[in-house]
Design a protein around this ligand. Structure first.
Ligand SMILES: Nc1ncnc2c1ncn2[C@@H]1O[C@H](COP(=O)(O)OP(=O)(O)OP(=O)(O)O)[C@@H](O)[C@H]1O
Ligand SMILES: [Mg+2]
Length: 261
């Protein structure tokens, strides 16, 4: 069990500036294997940015992001590709390639990052499509799918390599309640069956509490609270309490544009 207590991912003092705006001002976060960490935070607060830093798509302006002890920002192309075989990402906007059908979208990461033969790739694709209940969509183009179907295909693509770490950016936003619950169950079963570690960004509180083994709140560029889900339900930090309850009165209102001075 000693290895299990070692963090899979370590973010320390992570800063990121876009132009003049410092979106992340020193994010500290450790993620242990098999955790399902929910990241909460306001729209525009930097959650998607944080996931992009973990994937190495963005480089931090300061601080460090380490995956299995290795500094992501300093990896060369080969190392990055190797790491990306172990990290799956389900993008907020699904990010499917519109000119490719479902099969070819799912094949992309396998073709880019592995040298698996075509028949093996096709087997993997069918298996993952079955997992998300989309086996009939294999030959469809993204434009022929509903938003929820696209999300499920994005999910299948995110898990296509059986990753150790899966990053989900709003996986159930805009889905009907039943599909949303199915996605939540899939996230949980993936972590239990293949031992994947998950980081899930979501605004859907029911989903968040269903999925989480731990929660973290990103606010003003920092993690201001991290705790067990039970603790988040009645949190002493007023920002967290207001965010969870959706109350219109509280410290978060000061951040609304009309209240800025
Ligand atoms: N590539 C980029 N170039 C410039 N600014 C960016 C870029 N990506 C994000 N930003 C800015 O960084 C801030 C954080 O964006 P981000 O997408 O991470 O927010 P978020 O927390 O995911 O929000 P949401 O909940 O709405 O998805 C925003 O102000 C956004 O405009
Ligand atoms: Mg986002």
């Amino acid at each position: 069990m000693a290895t299990d207590s070692k963090p899979l991912l370590e973010l320390e003092g992570v800063r990121l500036t876009f132009g003049k705006e410092e979106v992340l001002k020193g994010v500290d976060l450790h993620i242990a294997p098999r955790e399902r960490l929910i990241v909460l935070g306001q729209s525009g607060g930097g959650k998607s940015t944080l996931l992009r830093l973990i994937l190495g798509i963005l480089k931090p302006s300061g601080g460090s992001v380490r995956f299995k002890g290795l500094e992501v920002g300093r990896m060369g192309r080969r190392r990055l590709n190797k790491m990306r075989q172990k990290i799956g990402m389900v993008f907020q906007n699904s990010a499917l390639v519109s000119s490719l059908n479902v099969r070819d979208n799912l094949a992309l990461p396998l073709e880019e990052l592995t040298d698996k033969p075509r028949n093996e790739i096709d087997d993997l694709i069918m298996h993952k499509l079955e997992m998300v209940g989309m086996q009939d969509a294999r030959d469809k183009m993204p434009a022929e799918l509903s938003g929820g179907m696209r999300k499920r295909i994005a999910l299948a693509r995110g898990i296509i390599m059986d990753p150790e770490l899966i990053l989900y950016d709003e996986p159930s936003a805009g889905l009907d309640p039943v599909t949303s619950t199915l996605i939540d169950q899939l996230i949980i079963s993936l972590s239990e069956k293949i031992g994947a570690t998950s980081i899930v960004v979501t605004h859907e509180m029911d989903s968040a509490f269903r999925i989480a083994t731990r929660m973290a709140m990103l606010y003003k560029g920092r993690i201001i609270a991290e705790d067990k889900p039970e603790a988040f339900r009645h949190h002493s930090n007023p920002v967290v309490a207001q965010f969870i309850s959706g109350n219109t009165e509280g410290p978060l209102n000061e951040d609304l544009p009309e209240n800025r001075t």
